[in-house]
Design a protein around this ligand. Structure first.
Ligand SMILES: *Cc1c(COP(=O)(O)O)cnc(C)c1O
Length: 427
């Protein structure tokens, strides 16, 4: 067995991590195992996980029932192609997803990551309009500070500045961007707040296939919580302008915001919805794009008469089993109570941050706690401080935030919050 220094050296010389330079001297930590809400590093140190491995590990790591379900599925098959073949985990999961997502979303396309689920949603919208004889509807309207993934189509609807659109100009399709909604969650949406969307639809609606947005919570693009009323008005405007509405619930799905899906805060149903991240409880990579009977029948009835997408690992049986088990665990638990509890403890624990001169804003919704600073943090300096204090928190830009597994105890949660407050105050 090679020693850890040697392993880390290979990592440093030859592996890219997300949005990183291989030659950077930012530390990466070697995880030996994980259990519950604890990441166990190879040097013996244990960290309380504040990130749920990017929204996904909602039941914690190494969950006995998740493990058991996967071991059993492994005995039947790990994988089988989905072209011309099917299997019970995919069928059962589909039944479940249709039951728990809002009506009338009842057709499901499986893919292997959130970015691809967004690509699929965009292609569905384009193929739908093509089948309706409106093939010039190929553009998308998107909100600034949004994040929808890293593949080229998904990137084209991400915030143009943080997504570095200028770097990729000529490759990325030019979409229509409108300001981030300024009306906060819990506040009404004024005529002024919705004006930009109205204007975009009047000017470009006829060329647009869809409006794509993360309902209620903008995730990786800014950790911003906005008015449910904005979402309702967006639905109404899309109907008036005959533009489809795509909700990207990849981060918000499966209870994180206090509702099973964030769109339920607004009581609004999209035409197409993307889910991923927490879908498998963080066990395996799986995503899905759901749509209505009308859209899938229209696509089927158009040219070429099929939907043009089909990933190799589509509806992987292990991943579908993980998703089914994770959804069962979630629905059997008192998850709303857990989310309320987390919201409550975060509100109390992060309250001292509001007084800090370094802090611009503190916002909490469901099991998401965000401290927005006035200046961008120095990642290279701050992450090791968190690790030293025994927590795993990975800020970006001006945002220091947590979205812990739903099973986290009040004590661990209070530790996350107090470490955040201490480290920010010394920053
Ligand atoms: C993470 C995320 C994606 C991309 O998902 P990947 O699995 O990383 O490709 C898309 N949209 C939203 C809202 C996300 O949070």
């Amino acid at each position: 067995m090679q020693d850890f220094d040697e392993l880390l050296n290979i990592d440093k010389n030859s592996i890219w991590h997300p949005y990183s330079a291989m030659s950077s001297d930012s530390p990466v930590y070697h995880v030996a195992s994980a259990d519950g809400v604890r990441l166990k590093l190879s040097n013996g140190q244990e960290l309380i996980d504040g990130m749920s491995s990017w929204w996904s590990v909602i039941h914690g790591y190494n969950h006995p029932e998740m493990n058991l379900a996967l071991e059993q599925q492994l005995k039947d098959m790990a994988h089988v192609m989905f072209g011309g073949l099917t299997h019970t985990p995919a069928i059962k999961l589909t039944e479940k997803l249709i039951a728990i997502t809002p009506e009338p979303l009842n057709a499901v396309f499986y893919s292997d990551s959130g970015s691809v689920a967004v690509e699929v949603a965009m292609k569905m919208a384009i193929q739908y309009w093509h089948a309706k004889g409106e093939s010039k509807r190929q553009r998308f309207i998107s909100l600034r500070s949004g994040y929808h993934g890293d593949t080229l189509g998904a990137m084209s609807v991400c915030d143009p500045e943080t997504g570095m659109h200028s770097l990729f100009s000529g490759v990325l399709p030019e979409q229509i961007f409108i300001e981030q909604p300024q009306c906060r969650f819990g506040e009404p949406c004024t005529d002024n707040d919705i004006a930009a969307l109205k204007k975009a639809l009047i000017e470009h609606g006829k060329d647009c296939a869809a409006l794509i947005m993360e309902p209620i919570v903008q995730g990786a693009g800014g950790m911003w919580f906005y008015s449910a009323d904005y979402v309702r008005q967006a639905r109404k405007l899309c109907n008036e302008h005959n533009v489809l509405l795509i909700f990207d619930e990849i981060a918000t799905g499966f209870g994180r915001t206090g509702k099973l899906f964030a769109c339920e805060h607004a009581d609004v149903v999209p035409d197409i919805m993307c889910i991923g991240k927490a879908l498998t409880g963080g066990y395996l990579s799986l995503a899905a794009t759901l749509t209505t009977r009308d859209i899938h029948l229209t696509i089927d009835g158009g040219t070429p008469g099929v939907f043009m997408h089909g990933p190799t690992f589509m509806a992987n049986p292990l991943a579908c089993t993980a998703a089914l088990t994770s959804i069962r665990l979630l629905l059997e638990s008192d998850w709303q109570e857990s989310i309320n509890r987390i919201q409550h403890v975060l509100e109390k624990g992060l309250a001292p941050c509001r007084q800090l001169p370094q802090v611009n804003d503190v916002r909490i919704l469901g099991a998401i706690g965000v401290v927005e600073l006035k200046e961008a943090v120095d990642m290279k300096a701050i992450v090791p401080k968190f690790v030293e204090a025994g927590v795993w928190i990975r800020p970006f830009g001006k945002l220091v935030y947590v979205m812990p597994p739903y099973i986290i105890s009040n004590d661990d949660l209070a530790t996350l919050a107090s470490v955040m407050a201490t480290i920010i105050s010394n920053n």
